[in-house]
Design a protein around this ligand. Sequence first.
Ligand code: HEM
Length: 144
Amino acid sequence: MTPEDKKLVQDSFAKVVPIADQAAALFYQNLFSMDPSLKPLFKGDMQEQGKKLMKMIAVAVNGLDRLDSIVPAVQDLGRRHVNYGIKPEHYDTVGAALIQTLGQGLGEAFTPQVKDAWIMVYGVLAGTMKSAAYADQPVAAAAG
Ligand code: HEM
């Protein structure tokens, strides 16, 4: 990830922060329309859940310049997700819902470069979470 990619992600996220609650609500709407079977996995208050999600994305976005410092927290987050019933393949759906939501929230500011930079950031986060959580599981078995 180049310094330019990091800046694209940080600057575009700054535009989402003022509309974080709406963005989170839209994200879950997108996610559940992509895969309604994910809905029962969320048991808490969705507004609270949305706040936690946005906060964690903010931590990651702000931590892009020193990724090493956030890796342990992201690994723990990945391990906790196993207890929430999350399977490795769910990460692709969440990534797609996130990208869709950013596109809706940012409009024209969601240029192809911004999109690619976000795909990279999400890939790093999801990859770190999954390898911590499912390390001892062969990928084929995990997907089955
Ligand atoms: C980069 C990826 C992700 C991030 C940053 C993220 C962030 C979070 C955070 C901060 C929480 C609050 C609880 C905690 O800290 O342990 C949480 C809970 C949760 N997440 Fe994620 N998550 C990610 C991926 C996913 C995926 C792929 C799914 C699959 C559907 C998912 C479903 C859930 C569920 C079901 C909960 C628990 C909700 C409840 O308590 O009812 N997350 N997530």
